[in-house]
Design a protein around this ligand. Structure first.
Ligand code: BTN
Length: 247
């Protein structure tokens, strides 16, 4: 059972979600005044978009599976979008939908959503995980440094759906996160890796850019995920590199 808390406004749903552990809780808000993204970035809070966080007490023996949780959260979001879009219109064109490592939700080259995972430890044991999701449903924020997209502009059928798309997307997302956590608890990562690869569409979108210590941009060719959820990629001179997930 997932408890649902619906807010009009808050600073960050991730902060709100932490308050409810150990009960599994989904916090949803209409507005966020201090939404945060990965790597210390802020997250725009355009009204009408999805801003939510799921607080979970992780399975006792999650162990190294923790590294896969951010991947699982992104895969779950892509699965929820796919499921509801195909339900609304079985012929919906979803070619543009993809995941960029580790868990950015993209429409072709434009960012449509993102995931912020936080974990807390008690000694060396994980005591809680909060997974925040921001998904541009109606509006794509104007950002100077990246192209953005909104789901409703890309999948018409969703705007015409009689379903409560926002509620259903979050419900399916949270259910899929729980499913993948159970898989990780059982030490099964192969299906998750394959599902991530299906959404990453690396054959069509192989290019991945990283900054080195000197601030130079390096172009890599993304190939796969390794057993720890790191990105396996090919650099210049066919050199194979493994990238740790950014914080
Ligand atoms: C990213 O940088 O791509 C991750 C963005 C995560 C944003 C969501 S919005 C709901 C939740 N609350 C936050 O403060 N951040 C996440």
């Amino acid at each position: 059972m997932i408890r649902l808390i619906q807010l009009e406004t808050c600073e960050s749903t991730n902060d709100e979600a932490w308050k409810h552990l150990p009960e599994t809780t989904l916090v949803v808000t209409k507005r966020q005044t201090r939404g945060r993204g990965r790597q210390g970035r802020s997250w725009s809070d355009d009204e009408g978009n999805i801003m939510a966080s799921l607080a979970i007490t992780p399975p006792e023996n999650l162990g190294d599976g923790l590294m896969w949780v951010p991947i699982a959260a992104g895969v779950s979001a892509a699965e929820a979008i796919e499921l509801l879009s195909l339900k609304a219109a079985p012929s919906a064109a979803l070619d543009g939908l993809r995941l960029k490592w580790p868990n950015d939700l993209m429409w072709e080259g434009s960012k449509m959503g993102g995931i912020l995972c936080e974990s807390r430890f008690s000694g060396d044991k994980i005591s809680g995980i909060v997974i925040g999701i921001g998904l541009n449903l109606k509006t794509a924020p104007q950002l100077s440094d990246m192209a953005t997209a909104a789901l409703f502009e890309k999948v018409d059928a969703l705007t015409q759906s009689k379903d409560d798309v926002r509620g259903r997307l979050l419900g399916v997302w949270a259910d899929r996160v729980e499913y993948w956590l159970a898989e990780l608890e059982a030490k099964r990562v192969e299906q998750l890796r394959k599902t991530w690869l299906r959404f990453a569409k690396l054959e069509k979108f192989p290019e991945f850019r990283v900054h080195d210590r000197n601030g130079n941009t390096l172009k890599l060719r993304a190939l796969d995920l390794d057993s720890s959820g790191r990105l396996k990629a090919e650099g210049t001179g066919s050199k194979i590199v493994y990238l740790d997930q950014p914080g």
